[in-house]
Structure formats: C-alpha cells, structure tokens
Design a protein around this ligand. Structure first.
Ligand code: GLA
Length: 432
C-alpha cells in the first residue's frame, strides 16, 4: 500500500479532531422542513445525504479529460496511476485516478440495462482497471451524467441511477463525477424553486436521485456534482455530494483561470469539511500558461480548497511543474486535518485597489496564519498591514515563504513583497 506518512498522519489526526471541528451542516441525512408546502416531485424526492465516510477533505488526483478528451483507454489510465507512484505524487497525497467521458459503448446492455465499458478501450473492464489501481494503493473514479446522455453522447444515468450505482459499486469505483448535459425538457428548472430553496429544484433532484442510489449500494463513493454553478449549487451541494463545479469548463489560459478564481471567491462561505466548491480540473502542463500562471493555478486551487485533479499527460511534466504540484506546504494547507475553511479575501491596506479576482487572501491552518497574494497585473510590490489580516493584530511577525520554506525575516506593522506578473506569493506568518 503506497499510503504516505503525511496522509496517514492527517487521517489519524483528522479522526481525533473530527468531533471538535464543528461543521455547519453535520448530518448526512437531511429531510425537508415540516412546514414544507412541497408538491409533485419535490415532495417525494430522496433526501438522503452523501456518505461522510469519504470526502472530508478536497480530493487530490488526476482526471483524463483535459489531457486526452475522448481519446482514452486503459493503458493511459493505468499509466497515470503508475506515474502517481514513480513521480512521488502518491507520497504527496494524490490518490484519485479518474476516468472522464467516453469510457462506455453507446448503448446499454439489452438484458441487464447496464452501461457497458467499451471493450476496445477497456479490455479489462472498469473492474479490472479498478483492481490494478487499488493494487497501487490508489482510488478509481468514473464519470456519468444526470441527463439522458453524457456531454459526448454516451449513456447518461437519469432514470437509471440504481442500476448504474450498483454497477459502479460492484466494479469497485470510489468516485463519481456526475455531469449535467442532455437534460430532458421536463426536468428544466422553474425561475424560482419550490419553497424558494434550490435544494428542491429539478436540477438538485436529478443529483439527489444519484446520491440515494449510491447510498443504497452501501459502498462510500465520493460524489462530485459537475453542475457548472447552476441552481445556486453552493447553497445545497453539501446536502447532496462532496464537491460541485462552480463554473463552465476551465481552459489553459490566464483569462479562464483568473475568472474561475473571481467567480469562486464570491461563495467561499460554502467551503468546509465535506463541502468543496470545485474550480474544475488542473491545466498545469497544458497550453501556454506561464510558469507564474501555473503557480497561481495551483496555489489558488489549494488555498481555496478546491479539488485538485491534475489534467495533463503526467509523462510530460518537467521538474519545475512537479515541484509546484508537490509543494508540501500548499498541499498541507489544502489537506489540513483541523481547519476545513479556505483562505478568504481581505483588505490589505486602506488604499488597496479592488481587483477581479481579489489579490489578497488570508486564512488559518494548523501551522498558523497564511496570506496569499495573487498579482493580477504586471510585476509589482504588494503590501499588506498585519493589523488588517484577520486574527493577527499589530506587532512584529516572522514571515516564511511557503513555496521555498525560506524564512523571509521579522517585520513590524506591514509586509511588502515583489510578485511577478500573474504569480502568487504564499506566506506563513507567526507572531515574533
Ligand atoms: C463537460 C464537463 C467537462 C467534461 C466534459 C466531458 O463539459 O464540464 O469537465 O467532463 O463534459 O464531455
């Protein structure tokens, strides 16, 4: 079993503190309010919540889509799993190896009604791939859709939730990404959801049906709602799954990365243990993102506690990119066993300009207080006052660079650092 010491320690510590770490929506089973006036499907839809045996921390792993699109097969999936081990990614905490769209045949099995893995792409079947991934100490994810068909046109699970959840459980699947394409017109959302609660919207109910089906199998599955920020998902996502996409699809460009950060920064109250805004999969290694932009992509996903699912052919990562995605201090912040909340924007100084996305974020971890500074423009000196960082106050503080582990010195009242174009400074701060 390739379980890293870091992960084992986090897990044990996490188990010890889980009762102390209050979460805003603890129960895994919810029910509609007694005063509810719900009618129709909203009145009878399942209210079972997601398993809390998995998904406490944001997922760390890899997904096939940004790397290969539809052009997948089991060799590529197992190659990624092997590279988790040989590149030290498993030791750094990466565990989910996720298959995206295009894994099955176009039609279900006529007698069982099941989705059939395409034997030309997956000769070992999904269960054979799961066995090999599990043998490496890793977990396997799969993909389906809360509509009639997936975005690429393969069978979707709407109306077939039970048969599909049973197949996924039987195959040993640990993670389900559930997409939002090809929704039949009778499932369209009303302008205002029943009882004015988007949990009762048709969109939420399409996902709730799969939560219930997964629950019935008895196998805990990490449930990832690929709902693109629709139906105010941040208001109800943790009653249905463990993470939920906040936007449309990411691309390997600064405008995409920065606009996803900006969109997500508005809904950080939803993020805590078992409750993760998903900023979409990583583009590190793809397109022509600068090194600084790749650092910001990783740092922001880490300090906002989004799932981090690598999305490139791992063979092509250079050592600088590997250092970014294996950065121990940023991963420790992301996977903190005691603090579930992300860093959030703060006013750095009285005269700090307002930007989109915000540039200054502060948060706590079990190591101390952190400040993250994204430079949304060209190289500049960025300054914040310690007294403006929530929880710090005035005085003298020691500042460490989380990227390098280097001690930057002791400072009074305020701190300044030069940040390159589109780069992110990541700082750990202690009272001196
Ligand atoms: C949607 C999702 C993507 C990917 C594709 C697959 O666009 O948002 O992440 O899964 O479908 O077709």
């Amino acid at each position: 079993m390739a379980v890293s010491l870091h992960r084992l320690f986090s897990y044990v510590l996490g188990a010890l503190v889980v009762t102390a770490a209050a979460h805003k929506s603890a129960p895994s089973v919810t029910s509609t309010a007694a005063s509810s006036t719900l009618t129709g499907i909203a009145a009878t839809a399942p209210t079972i919540g997601p398993s809390h045996q998995v998904g406490r921390l944001p997922a760390l792993g890899w997904n096939s889509w940004n790397a290969y699109s539809c052009n997948i097969n089991e060799t590529k999936i197992l190659d990624a799993a092997d590279l988790f081990i040989s590149l030290g990614l498993a030791d750094a905490g990466y565990e989910y190896v996720n298959i995206d769209d295009c894994w099955p045949l176009e039609t279900r099995d006529a007698s069982t009604g099941r989705i059939v893995p395409d034997p030309s792409k997956f000769p070992s079947g999904i269960s054979g791939v799961a066995d090999q991934v599990h043998a490496l100490g890793l977990k396997l994810g799969i993909y389906s859709d809360a509509g009639t068909n997936t975005c690429a046109g393969f069978p979707g699970s709407l109306g077939n939730e039970t048969v599909d959840a049973e197949a996924f459980a039987e195959w040993g699947v640990d993670y389900l990404k559930y997409d939002n394409c090809n929704v039949p017109s009778n499932w369209t959302d009303a302008a205002t959801p029943p009882d004015n609660d988007w949990y009762n919207s048709n969109s939420a109910i399409r996902y709730r049906q799969m939560t219930a089906a997964l629950n019935q199998t008895g196998k805990p599955v990490h449930f990832s709602l690929c709902i693109w920020g629709d139906a105010n998902v941040w208001e109800w996502g943790d009653r249905v799954g463990h993470s939920w996409r906040m936007t449309g699809d990411v691309s390997a460009s600064w405008s995409s990365i920065s606009s996803i950060i900006a969109a997500n920064a508005q809904h950080l109250d939803s993020v805590d243990f078992f409750s993760h805004n998903d900023m979409d999969m990583m583009e590190i290694g793809n397109g022509d993102l600068t090194l600084e932009e790749q650092r910001t992509h990783f740092a922001a996903w880490a300090f906002l506690k989004s799932p981090i699912l690598l999305g490139t052919d791992l063979n092509n990562l250079n050592s600088t990119q590997l250092d970014i995605i294996k950065n121990a201090q940023l991963l420790a912040f992301h996977q903190d066993p005691i603090v579930g909340t992300p860093a959030t924007p703060f006013n750095a100084t009285a005269s700090a300009p307002s930007t989109s996305p915000p540039e200054f974020y502060a948060g706590k971890s079990s190591k101390g207080t952190h400040v993250f500074i994204i430079n949304t423009n060209t190289t500049a000196t960025k300054t914040f006052e310690f007294g403006n960082v929530p929880g710090l106050g005035f005085g003298r503080f020691r500042v460490q660079d989380m990227w390098t582990g280097k001690n930057l010195g002791t400072f009074a009242n305020k701190f300044s650092i030069t940040v390159d174009t589109h780069d992110t400074a990541a700082l750990l701060i202690h009272r001196a």
